[in-house]
Design a protein around this ligand. Structure first.
Ligand code: G3H
Length: 489
């Protein structure tokens, strides 16, 4: 049991004496099913929210604070100190990743290690950025010393599916560029931040990083309403992003870095290697139970191969093992949001009512904290599962005759993150790529969609994203190019 009774504001771990909120796991700790209480977090309100944003704002001090004016080499030392201390928390953080969000042991370890690596790579890229941008240049008689500077106060809100890695993909670049940060951990995946609090406190100057707890309404809203936030950095849903953005009194001054919904399709052409396509579509649709913005959320299979693809794909789904995150060879694990099985069931019922069939035997089987992936076929545009980002274990399949059909659907979609294209004839694939890259931001050839490796740009068109992440891009997104100029006399 971990009762988090401190929070980090203004360089101090302050004692929390007020009301608390229990943190539950949907995983049962006994044979009898029943959610497990993992601990508690402070239930904060406006007072603490304002305390945090004021601390970040004073620490930034319009760019004159200790952190934003600190030498690059010293900021790097602070970050290196942080990551050294962070490494010692691996087993505890991994344990909470499994219990809080139900991520499998190998994936939890991967999330932790990927984050450590991300921080080291960010430090290296920051050195490079500083070396390359801090240069004298000369044009038309004007000499310039260009450099990159911070933008101000950042409110950082990450998602529950990567409460460490994706959150840190916002927080770490924001911080290293000299911005000051307020971070509120996600609802699920909050206690795993506790082992890191002391590392944050002791590595950075006071007010550079502030960590608060509570619900968006009580904490994030007053922070936005204060007007002291310069960047809203959020990975989650557009509804929250829009609501928060609207609360800022001066929206023109607010920068946005947002990773939002996606409905990434896979298109399986008639000459695709079916073994490979099925294997990649299983991973693409069901890694972490489909709770990834990059998950494949709809499959378009050419009508000539649909029977075979569906039969073999459905059998593979039924062969997947459900269990607790620490069990061996487990792919399907408990869902952290207790409402999720009901929502997935609603999507299934709606699709079945409108003409789809569940084509795998185990599809839709319930256990108290899970619903077994249902493969639905054929899907039409009247169905909710065609439009909604399911973010969970249900797989809609459509057929197509002409490639223009999925392309038209992608063009009409509100989303535009990635696509997977399966096929083997380069003469068919090559011209398609030119169209696909204008509909989404990443085209995966004969492989499922994914965010990493973190050196590649991660973004989306339309309602899927604002701004670009990746180590390289995030450093630029959280900073501005400035320069000192002098004229030849
Ligand atoms: O939820 C969205 C994440 O960006 C997915 O990341 O592709 O590395 O699992 P991933």
């Amino acid at each position: 049991l971990l009762n988090q009774d401190t929070y980090l504001v203004d360089g101090e771990l302050k004692k929390w004496e007020g009301q608390t909120t229990a943190v539950f796991s949907t995983i049962s700790s006994t044979e009898e099913y029943g959610p497990t209480i993992l601990g508690s977090i402070p239930f904060m309100g406006e007072t603490e929210a304002l305390e945090a944003v004021n601390a970040a704002s004073v620490a930034y001090n319009n760019g004159q604070g200790l952190w934003p004016t600190m030498k690059v080499s010293d900021r790097i030392k602070c970050m290196a100190n942080f990551v050294t201390q962070m490494k010692a928390t691996r087993s505890e953080v991994v344990k909470f990743l499994m219990w809080e969000i139900g991520k499998s042991l190998p994936d939890s370890e991967k999330e932790f290690d990927r984050t450590v690596e991300y921080i080291y790579d960010t430090i290296e890229d920051y050195k490079l950025l500083d070396r390359n941008s801090s240069r004298f240049t000369k044009s038309q008689g004007v000499n310039a010393m260009v450099r990159r500077g911070p933008l101000g106060v950042v409110l950082c809100l990450g998602p529950y599916n990567y409460p460490l890695n994706e959150t840190f993909a916002l927080l770490i670049p924001a911080l290293i560029m000299g911005n000051t940060v307020i971070f509120k951990p996600a609802k699920h995946g909050v206690l795993l931040i506790s082992p890191l609090l002391e590392a944050f406190r002791s590595s950075f100057p006071k007010g550079a990083i502030n960590i608060v707890y509570g619900r968006g309404r009580e904490v994030a809203s007053p922070i936005m309403k204060s007007g002291k936030v310069d960047i809203l950095a959020l990975i989650g849903n557009s509804k929250s992003a829009i609501a928060l953005q609207d609360q800022h009194p001066n929206k023109n001054r607010l920068r946005l870095i947002l990773g939002l919904e996606a409905k990434n399709p896979a298109i399986i052409l008639p000459d695709a290697d079916l073994d490979l396509a099925i294997q990649e579509c299983i991973a693409g649709t069901l890694s972490f139970n489909g709770q990834r913005c990059t998950a494949l959320k709809i499959l378009y299979v050419h009508e000539t191969i649909a029977d075979e693809f569906n039969r073999r794909f459905a059998a593979k789904v039924d062969a997947l093992v459900f269990g607790n995150p620490w069990d061996k060879a487990v792919m399907l694990t408990p869902l952290p949001e207790k409402e999720k099985p009901t929502y997935i069931q609603e999507l299934i019922d709606d699709a079945v009512k409108k003409g789809a069939t569940i084509i795998n035997e185990k599809g839709g089987e319930h256990s108290p904290n899970y619903i077994f992936p249902a493969v639905l076929f054929p899907i039409n545009k009247e169905m909710r599962v065609y439009h909604e980002e399911q973010f969970g274990p249900v797989i809609p399949i459509m057929t197509f005759k002409d490639i223009q059909e999925p392309l038209n659907d992608m063009a009409e979609s509100n989303y535009g993150q990635q696509v997977s294209l399966f096929g083997s004839d380069i003469k068919t694939i090559a011209p398609l790529i030119d169209t696909l890259v204008n509909l989404v931001c990443r085209v995966n050839l004969n492989s499922s969609c994914q965010r990493g490796p973190d050196v590649y740009p991660f973004t989306g068109r339309k309602d899927s994203a604002v701004g670009t992440l990746s180590i390289h891009d995030a450093l630029r997104s959280f900073s501005i190019r400035t320069f000192v100029a002098s004229k030849d006399n």
